[in-house]
Design a protein around this ligand. Structure first.
Ligand code: TMP
Length: 234
């Protein structure tokens, strides 16, 4: 596998072409941003944590029937993935109120929902990733109705699988964001699942064990990422 020229650099990862047109290599960075890139920083070791953790989770989800972009981990930071075309929809599921949900509706964090919520954001940095309803996604042809049904089905499996997985590690899955891509015309799970993209609260103390430590300047950011990886690897 040859790592060829860089195709794209995002806020948290670089994507490289390979000598196989169907495969990319992603290279996870320690860079951290929040509030649509307004707050910038570094979290030492984050790239390796997010890479290794995403790969463990993607392999688990494959077993549960969710196809993913994962192919092979090359190093602590680098992974071979299927060369997907990312759909410009961020898929967010929530089990407990937090973050933008709590802010939008003027409620406290920590309200446990009877049913998980499902929402889309339009993946567009210039617009600040606005909340988007399904009919608007269809109107703009961001995905087909069939693709959206598939996304909903997979997202529910991701939520159910990860709720149980994290609980076993002493972590409550509060909410998460996932992204899907198209590969050979099929919808598959792509991007990452990590403390950057999930809210995880310690079961006993409710301590925040995710990127909110960086967003909200709560301290112990690096240590928390390492602790989450340690628990995930157990
Ligand atoms: P929110 O409450 O800010 O809308 O975030 C919901 C979930 O999505 C939370 O687990 C963090 C994650 N998320 C991302 O992965 N990327 C983002 O750009 C944002 C805003 C949230």
């Amino acid at each position: 596998m040859e790592k060829l020229e860089q195709l794209y650099e995002g806020k948290a990862k670089k994507v490289f072409k390979t000598n196989d047109p169907k495969l990319f290599i992603v290279d996870y960075k320690d860079d951290a941003t929040a509030f649509n890139g307004e707050k910038k920083g570094q979290i030492a070791g984050k790239g390796a944590v997010n890479n290794v953790m995403s790969n463990i989770i993607f392999q688990l989800l494959e077993q549960k029937g969710v196809p993913t972009h994962f192919v092979e981990q090359l190093s602590q930071r680098e992974t071979v993935v299927k060369a997907v075309k990312i759909l410009p929809l961020e898929v967010i599921m929530r089990n407990v109120s937090a973050g933008s949900f709590a802010k939008r509706y003027g409620v406290e964090e920590g309200i446990v929902f009877d049913q998980p919520t499902f929402e889309f954001s339009y993946k567009n940095d210039d617009l600040g990733d606005p909340l988007m309803c399904e009919s608007h996604a269809l109107a703009l042809k961001l995905a087909t109705a069939e693709q959206i049904e598939t996304i909903k089905k997979y997202a529910s499996i991701v939520n159910e699988t990860l709720k149980e997985f994290f609980l076993d590690k002493g972590l409550k899955l509060i909410d998460f964001k996932i992204e899907f891509g198209l590969f050979d015309g099929e919808v598959i799970l792509a991007d990452e699942i990590s403390p950057d993209t999930c809210r995880l609260w310690d079961v006993k103390t409710n301590e925040k064990m995710d990127k909110d430590r960086f967003r909200r300047d709560l301290g112990n950011v690096e240590e928390t990422y390492q602790e989450v990886l340690k628990r995930v690897q157990k």
